[in-house]
Design a protein around this ligand. Structure first.
Ligand SMILES: Nc1ncnc2c1ncn2[C@@H]1O[C@H](COP(=O)(O)OP(=O)(O)O)[C@@H](O)[C@H]1O
Ligand SMILES: [Mg+2]
Length: 265
């Protein structure tokens, strides 16, 4: 199975929300890895299974700290905790300094995470969804993004959001090219007011960057739905507009991740 990363270009369009939503709805065995180099927030937003909070000390930091001499799939799995609903989660970092200090550990982490996805540990294959946070100029977690079968760029449907996303997409094809000449599937999810905005027009602008940019769908602006992924208790989350639209997006992203990689031009 595969690694799928969720990233943003600038601002806070909803990358974490989309990653959590996707993990909750994923149609196959799944693990959510909070790898936002700016510091993770899944631990604060997703309650632990059985109530209580996830242990933020467990997760990515111990992995990066011990990764200098290589990392195994078993070590990654040892940091997994069940979140409510049963989704297994690897909690993120406490600060951007931790991500930078461990800069040389990210390639080992990426290799171990790929092994987890492939079931190399004997624990069974699983898709690994990565909250990759915002893409800066020199992303420390580029090795992880490169090993992804699909990279999902979450974009807010406003002028600035679309322009910044277009700029990131322009550098992404080169940055994501792997040694084997293949490229992850790259697509956009546009988040906006689907009644009033022009999310389709925004998507078209982004698809013009190159034929390798795919349209992974739309998510509505839905405060009630988003609160579900902000740790709020909601009576019927499955009825929110966000979760309903999320089912379609998840199908499209899962199909892309399971499909053929692209060969970089
Ligand atoms: N589709 C949406 N509709 C309404 N609010 C949203 C939506 N997606 C995210 N939000 C809200 O926007 C804020 C930022 O979302 P978050 O997922 O943390 O973004 P990012 O990871 O890109 O920084 C949060 O308060 C979240 O609840
Ligand atoms: Mg985030």
């Amino acid at each position: 199975m595969a690694v799928v990363s969720f990233v943003s270009a600038k601002g806070s369009p909803g990358a974490t929300t989309t990653a959590m939503l996707s993990a909750a709805l994923w149609p196959a065995p799944v693990l959510l890895l909070d790898a936002d180099p700016a510091g993770g927030d899944v631990a604060a937003r997703w309650p632990a299974a059985g109530g209580g909070v996830l242990d933020a000390e467990r997760g990515l930091l111990p992995l990066l700290t011990s990764a200098r001499r290589g990392l195994s799939a078993e070590q990654v799995l040892a940091q997994v905790q069940p979140a409510s609903g049963g989704t297994p989660v690897v909690c993120g970092l406490g600060s951007p300094e931790q991500a930078q200090a461990a800069e040389r550990s990210w390639p080992s982490l990426a290799a171990a995470v790929l092994d987890v996805a492939r079931g190399a540990s004997g624990a069974g294959a699983t898709d690994v969804l990565v909250d990759g946070g915002r893409l800066g100029a020199h992303p420390v977690h580029l090795p992880l993004l490169r090993e992804s079968a699909a990279v999902v760029l979450v974009v807010r449907d406003d002028v600035a959001g679309v322009l910044h996303a277009r700029e990131r997409l322009r550098v992404l094809a080169g940055a994501l090219r792997r040694g084997d000449g293949l490229l992850p599937r790259v697509g956009v999810v546009v988040v906006g007011d689907l009644q009033r905005g022009d999310a389709d027009g925004s998507a078209r602008v982004l698809l013009e960057v190159g034929e390798w940019v795919e349209d992974f769908g739309r998510l509505p602006l839905d405060a009630a739905g988003a609160r579900v992924f902000d740790g709020a208790r909601t009576a019927r989350p499955e009825r929110t507009a966000l979760v309903r639209a999320g089912r379609t997006v998840v199908q499209v992203v899962a199909a892309a991740a399971a499909g053929r990689a692209r060969s970089a031009a």
